[in-house]
Design a protein around this ligand. Structure first.
Ligand SMILES: Cc1ncc(COP(=O)(O)O)c(C=O)c1O
Length: 451
């Protein structure tokens, strides 16, 4: 896909980073966060923005692969808004579609043609999607999927996997990142809530299993009392782990046999690793899947999609509401985003640069004597310090040297490259060869600094 002319190149988007440039400072951001903390806890509106080092940053604008902060720094961005900005910041066709809709009204409390068009294209792209419901966030879409599964099966129990994240709500924020001393036996993991203040009765019917172990899952499903199995089809949050060969196929067969609804949480992988998500890439179709992030280029859109008879529980007594769901401005962004992603060329383009970046990071870390794995898809991969071979499940990731990786990210940031402290790297269509060159130079310096 061609990069739109008003994006991405340093000449129009800000000065390029130079090797002789002094290290970046973030004093204005620090002062702004200190001030904002008087009105907002930690100065932010999501816990996942609070932990950044040296402190959360305050931005003035974004374009292509760059963020521009209040200290005047131009940062190469691998956060990409935690994933949504797969077409780069300020992707012109999305901006134009949004501007056009703004002139026609913000919220109708009724249907729009855009919503219908977006739903049709979505269903054409995603293998499991015979029908869908639009939602406002990935967390909400997961709740809708769980409700559908329980309504359709008349069962209560949901199986989830250690290390998999499905949003922050009480019913599912369980064993996302349990410590080794909390996690219990591998065969019988403890259910560890992710937050204080969580209502234990809300996750009382959620059982936790080790992922990537088919025999364990088959044995548990055999009782015939499980409403749903929910998983990231490839683990992308706490670390990157691929399903073992045959695992997803085995899960699919076991769920069908047990009458259990199989839910793929494709909030990260959807519209990113293939136009139809991980289910298309791996050739395994779930009953339901949840989507968000890449679907709308930064606008708050998510969806639960799947078999028509399951989605139709919303016409038979199951409830899903939301004042802002499918708000027309966000639907304009959704339609423009899906049109850019549906033929696969944008995703293939990212693969080329992402592969080079993955290989380059691995080589620079090795040259600096740092033991690490670089694993995942070229569109979203994970760097794990301290691991000498790819992890197979959450417990392998407990051996990561997180403290050193966080220092590495702090050094990268000083060199004007912004990567997520938890290890994930998101790429966009605007991360081209020059951006990758600049990134790898910063990676080499930062690696030497923390070696
Ligand atoms: C796999 C997965 N599921 C669900 C969510 C929750 O989505 P949201 O942050 O839009 O509520 C996330 C967010 O990162 C996610 O990665």
């Amino acid at each position: 896909m061609a990069t739109s002319p008003d994006l991405a190149r340093p000449g129009t988007s800000g000065r390029p980073n130079r090797p002789d440039q002094p290290l970046a400072v973030f004093d204005q951001s620090r002062k702004r966060i200190e001030r904002a903390s008087r009105f907002m806890p930690a100065g932010v509106s999501s816990n996942f923005r609070a932990g950044m080092l040296p402190h959360p940053l305050v931005f003035e604008r974004a374009s292509g692969p760059y963020l521009f902060d209040v200290d005047g720094n131009r940062l190469i961005d691998y956060y990409l808004g935690m994933g949504p900005m797969i077409l780069g910041h300020d992707y012109a066709p999305v901006r134009r579609a949004v501007e056009a809709q703004l002139a026609r009204g913000f919220l109708y409390g009724g249907q729009s043609g855009l919503e219908e068009e977006a739903a049709e294209l979505f269903c054409a792209m995603v293998p499991c999607a015979e029908k869908l419901r639009f939602c406002g966030s990935g967390s909400e879409a997961v709740q809708a999927a769980l409700r559908i599964a329980r309504a359709a099966t008349g069962r209560r129990i949901v199986l989830k996997f250690e290390g998999h994240y499905h949003g922050w709500f009480d019913s599912i924020l369980v064993s996302v990142a349990p410590r080794a001393d909390q996690a219990g036996e591998r065969l019988h993991p403890a259910s560890i809530p992710g937050s204080i203040g969580q209502d234990a009765s809300a996750w009382g019917s959620v059982e936790v299993l080790a992922w990537n172990d088919l025999a364990l899952l088959e044995a548990r499903l055999a009782a015939g009392d499980v409403a749903a199995v929910i998983m990231e089809p490839a683990m992308c949050n706490a670390g990157a782990i691929f399903p073992k060969p045959g695992y997803l196929e085995g899960v699919r067969a076991a769920c069908t046999k047990a009458g259990t609804v199989l839910i793929f949480d494709e909030v990260i992988t959807g519209f990113r690793v293939a136009p139809g998500g991980a289910q298309q890439l791996f050739g395994v179709t779930p009953d339901l899947a949840t989507f968000a992030k890449a679907v709308a280029s930064g606008f708050p859109v998510a969806a639960v999609a799947g078999r028509a008879e399951l989605l139709d529980v919303f016409t038979k007594g199951a409830v899903h509401g939301g004042t802002y769901n499918a708000q027309p401005v966000t639907m304009a962004a959704t339609l423009a985003s899906l049109r850019a992603l549906h033929d696969g060329s944008a995703i293939a383009g990212i693969a080329q640069h992402g592969t080079r970046l993955m290989e380059g990071i691995a080589a620079e870390l090795k040259a600096a004597g740092i033991v690490a794995t670089v694993v995942g898809f070229p569109q979203i991969f994970h760097v794990a310090f301290g691991l000498d071979r790819p992890a197979q499940e959450w417990r392998d990731l407990l051996r990561m040297d997180r403290a050193r990786y966080v220092r590495f990210c702090a050094e990268l940031l000083k060199r004007r490259v912004r990567a997520l402290e938890r290890g994930a790297w998101f790429l966009s269509t605007t991360h081209d060869s020059l951006v990758i060159d600049e990134t790898l130079a910063a990676v080499a310096d930062a690696a030497r600094e923390v070696a």
